[in-house]
Design a protein around this ligand. Structure first.
Ligand SMILES: [Zn+2]
Length: 311
């Protein structure tokens, strides 16, 4: 029976050869949100391996600092987050626990997307009264594709800075992405043109940038303040007040509980419209292009025909 162990030994050697990884290991990108993981993949291709700490089904304000996230952060070469206090409840703790010097704030391995766009709803004075979770301005910047373009340009340069050997690849992919993105933005602007001036309400104020881009007119939020769920009295007040403001639909994100939005929408006879919010928020939102294709289509479908459409 001596030939059996020998054959097994040969098999083991074969396995070892098979699993020898090539020396060039992909850059490990830890994204706080799916949109930045998707963007890093667009720009980095197979030169990056991306991981998103959150999914489209999770409120990025409210994440548990789980051990699995700490382990991922420990091996990261680059962190890409929105910042503007969106991840204030969990990211500082993760960064401390992971103790990865390559990705600490202030190093090239730490990237804050919100630094490269114009923040909307910036408070004129620092005020965290009543638990407002947008004290630095509105952090939901990815709902405007112009912001995605601005972030893409800086992120491509950052990838090159961290991995200069592949800078030609990043530059080429960045140019390719920008071309396709600009063409898509023109298409979306055309498709979204009929929405201009339409009055809407939203659950959380996470659509400020989408509204700014498409010219939607926000007339109120179902949350009395960002992060504060509505009470029954406030809901009743909205039911009375929103129709007078000409509201034609109530927008909510894929990760949000739809009940309060639906409650108000039903009573004022407008549709409650779920939007994917980020990559993975709907079947069509498989990448950044699909995210906006689907968003525009859902808005057009939901808001077409005015307030009487849903009767
Ligand atoms: Zn928010």
């Amino acid at each position: 029976m001596i030939h059996m162990p020998l054959r097994m030994a040969g098999f083991a050697v074969g396995l070892a050869v098979l699993f020898q990884t090539p020396p060039a290991v992909a850059l490990q990108v830890f994204a706080c949100e799916p949109e930045w993981a998707a963007l890093a993949t667009e720009l980095g291709g197979d030169k990056v391996e991306t991981f998103s700490a959150t999914t489209a089904r999770q409120d990025p304000h409210q994440i548990q600092a789980r051990p699995a996230l700490i382990a991922r952060l420990r091996s990261a070469d680059l962190v890409v987050c929105t910042a503007a206090e969106l991840e204030i409840g969990w990211m500082p703790m993760l960064l401390r626990q992971a103790a990865n010097a390559r990705v600490q704030p202030g190093t090239p391995g730490y990237f804050e997307a919100a630094q490269y766009v114009r923040l909307l709803e910036k408070p004129t004075r620092l005020d965290r009264a009543e638990g407002d979770i947008h004290p630095a301005g509105n952090p939901h910047i990815q709902t405007d594709p112009r912001n995605v373009a601005a972030v893409a340009a800086v992120l491509a340069r950052r990838l090159s800075e961290i991995d200069p050997a592949d800078s030609a690849v990043f530059a080429q992919r960045s140019q390719n992405f920008t071309g396709r993105w600009n063409a898509a933005m023109q298409r979306w602007a055309q498709q979204g043109a009929p929405l201009r001036g339409t009055a809407i309400a939203t659950y959380h104020s996470c659509w400020a940038y989408l509204e700014d881009w498409l010219g939607l007119r926000e007339t109120g939020t179902i949350e009395p303040k960002p992060g504060i769920p509505p009470g029954s009295q406030y809901l009743a007040q909205l039911v009375t007040e929103l129709p007078a403001r000409g509201v034609r639909g109530i927008l909510y994100a894929a990760y949000e509980d739809p009940r309060a939005s639906e409650f108000v929408a039903e009573r004022i006879h407008v549709p409650a419209i779920m939007l994917p919010y980020t990559v993975g928020g709907s079947e069509r939102a498989r990448d950044l292009f699909g995210l906006f294709d689907d968003t525009i289509e859902r808005l057009n479908r939901g808001l077409a025909g005015g307030a009487s459409a849903n009767r």
